[in-house]
Design a protein around this ligand. Structure first.
Ligand code: ADP
Ligand code: TZD
Ligand code: MG
Length: 574
């Protein structure tokens, strides 16, 4: 903005040695706590914060829209178990970041949204300040916690509280409001440094109670048709070896939720994904590990289920019974709960009855055979299946790659066709089924893991954050984006019955998303066949250059709302 910049010190005219300003205290407090990456977008009053943080060695990733920066911060939190930091300007920038803050809270990802804000005196009297807004009040309902710091000497406490709130217990999004005046405030340097807090044990272990562990083990032991469901809370916990041992020692079939795919390889013989609609109603005892019985699991009731008993491992003591009765709640962190269970599972632990395992295996076999047949077809034009058959091979050959996925059909088909082999590789639309996370996730995945990133994007989904391809090119990140281009939302075939406008679900036909990438120096590929798609992806991974492949998909191939057609009121009526 070219308007009235407030008087702030810059790196060049830094405050005197004996005093320290708000900018510096914020940077020092973050660094002291190991928070070395900021996802944000500069402007009044935080421009100098971004400059000085970079000058002090922090990684400052500047985006084209705060929403993408926010989604990046949220998923960085999921991947690292430390709060992802998103930094925005006041009112409009803050609101752009707010969606991601809500997303972090809903998905239980630790994140801190730090926004500059206007002067309290003016905002509270509603006198019309530059970008005036009561941001704290607006953030509160969608955040796990929200704080404001008014005095430089409280910056240390403010950041410590934000960190604890974000990562302890059930993780979530925290809002930290920093008014413009705070940044330029100076205090005595020694006192300032003394006021900073290095948070000790920010996410303390939560050990489950002994009787709760026994209750869970007793229920599990008596089960005739047990099932384990792994959720993204289990992925988040990073207790991968123990979770795997629990599954393998008990021999119980398991279902991974979308972002828990790869916690054990999807090709594991106990993986029941290919028999999902059989095991859910048939199981008699289901153990949920870091997964909620929300809409994604049909609330634990109805025809998807069979009135079974539930064991639920969750860090939130309020989660059990939220949809149906939970017979054995186990409150604690996944690592502590699983190791407590393992301590009670000795060599004599009974394997599930052979009939149950055989029935699951039989169902799997049938469904896998059907899928193999579908994937082997090579129709013209290319459809979701023939394209995803390629993606499946590429991921199998590159199991370290991070995998981003959003869209409707482009999401649902990918989730069921593309196997994951390692924990926390698959990151997607999450609890809300939100579009727009794609490019922000790509940036954070590349930056936090340094691995190749593969993104499978619906053409609509991609559009929500498409401008961030410039960000990906600017930081030269190893990201290969595949846009599953079916000319629209779900399909490209709708027409306006009046003949006036394009239908609300369709886009420009034959759009070339690959050209967008070329505009910023990345590699663009137009792929109309599986062979072209394979070549493009292989080359992208070999070169590690930012690449966008426009995969031309049959515009008739998708279904309304992908797999969740039944949630769509008008489609239901039909
Ligand atoms: P999914 O969508 O994969 O089913 P959800 O987001 O619905 O997963 O559920 C994740 C659950 O995991 C939440 O209820 C959350 O409280 C819980 N959770 C998050 N982190 C941990 C942890 N470290 N230990 C135990 N539970 C956790
Ligand atoms: N806006 C936001 C933020 N999130 C949403 N989920 C939607 C709108 C609604 N929506 C979906 O649930 S999927 C989708 C939208 C707009 C896009 C589907 O089209 P696509 O995927 O091109 O991404 P397919 O492959 O064509 O189905
Ligand atoms: Mg589409």
């Amino acid at each position: 903005m070219g308007t009235v910049e407030p008087q702030v010190s810059t790196a060049q005219d830094a405050p005197q040695a004996q005093s320290i300003d708000g900018f510096q205290l914020v940077i020092d407090a973050l660094k002291l706590n190991g928070l070395d990456t900021i996802y944000g977008l500069p402007g009044i009053p935080i421009t100098d914060l971004t400059r000085r943080a970079q000058a002090e060695g922090m990684r400052v990733l500047a985006f084209r829209h705060e929403q993408s920066a926010g989604y990046a911060a949220s998923i960085a939190g999921f991947l690292t178990k430390t709060p992802g930091i998103c930094l925005t300007v006041s009112a409009p920038g803050f609101l752009n970041g707010l969606n991601a803050l809500a997303h972090a809270t809903v998905n239980c990802f630790p994140m801190i949204l730090i926004s500059g804000s206007s002067e309290r005196e003016i905002v509270d009297l509603q006198q019309g300040d530059y970008e005036e807004m009561d941001q704290l009040a607006i953030a509160r309902p969608v955040a796990k916690a929200a704080f404001r710091v008014l005095h430089a000497e409280d910056i240390g406490v403010g950041i410590a509280r934000a960190i604890r709130a974000a990562v302890s217990g059930r993780p979530g999004g925290v809002y930290l409001d920093l008014p413009a005046k705070l940044f330029a405030q100076t205090i005595d340097a020694a006192a300032g440094r003394q006021s900073l807090i290095k948070v000790v044990d920010p996410a303390p272990k939560q050990i489950p109670a002994t009787d709760a562990v026994k209750r869970a083990l007793d229920l599990l032991k008596g089960a005739k048709k047990p099932l384990i469901i792994l959720g993204k809370g289990a992925a988040y916990a990073q207790a991968d070896a123990d979770v795997r041992t629990l599954v393998e020692k008990t021999g119980i079939p398991y279902l991974p939720m979308s972002m828990a795919k790869g916690l054990l390889p999807d090709t594991h013989e106990q993986c029941a994904s290919a028999a999902r609609s059989f095991v859910l109603p048939a199981a008699d005892v289901v153990m949920l590990i870091g997964a909620r019985l929300n809409w994604l699991l049909s609330h634990g009731k109805g025809k998807t289920w069979g009135g079974q008993k539930f064991i639920q491992i969750d860090i939130s003591p309020q989660e059990a019974d939220s949809n149906v009765r939970v017979d054995a709640p186990l409150v604690g962190d996944v690592g502590s709960c699983v190791s407590a269970l393992l301590a009670g599972i000795n060599a004599g632990w009974p394997k599930p009855p052979a009939e149950w395992l055989a029935a699951v295996a039989e169902k799997k076999k049938g469904n896998v055979a059907k899928m193999t047949e579908t994937l082997a077809k090579n129709p013209t034009p290319m459809n979701f299946h023939s394209a995803l058959n390629v993606v499946r091979d590429i991921v199998r050959d590159n199991p370290d790659a991070m995998f981003v996925n959003e869209g409707a059909n482009a999401l649902d088909f990918t989730r069921s066709i593309v196997d994951m082999y390692q924990p926390r590789k698959r990151i997607d639309v999450g609890t809300w089924g939100i579009m727009g996370v794609g490019m922000g996730y790509c940036v954070a995945a590349a930056v936090t893991t340094k691995q190749q990133v593969i993104a499978i994007e619906g053409d609509s989904a991609f559009g929500f954050s498409g401008m961030e391809v410039e960000t990906i090119c600017r930081y030269d990140l190893p990201v290969c984006i595949v846009v599953m281009n079916n000319n629209g939302v779900y399909k490209g075939t709708d027409v306006d019955p009046t003949g006036r406008d394009p239908a609300p679900t369709v886009f420009v036909k034959g759009a070339r998303y690959d050209k967008l990438m070329e505009a910023f120096g990345g590699v663009g590929v137009n792929a109309t066949t599986p062979a072209e798609l394979r070549k493009g992806m292989q080359e992208a991974i070999r070169s590690r250059k930012p690449t966008l492949i426009n995969a031309v998909i049959d515009e008739t191939a998708g279904t309304e709302s992908g797999r969740i057609t039944s949630l769509n009121p008008s489609a239901k009526k039909k």
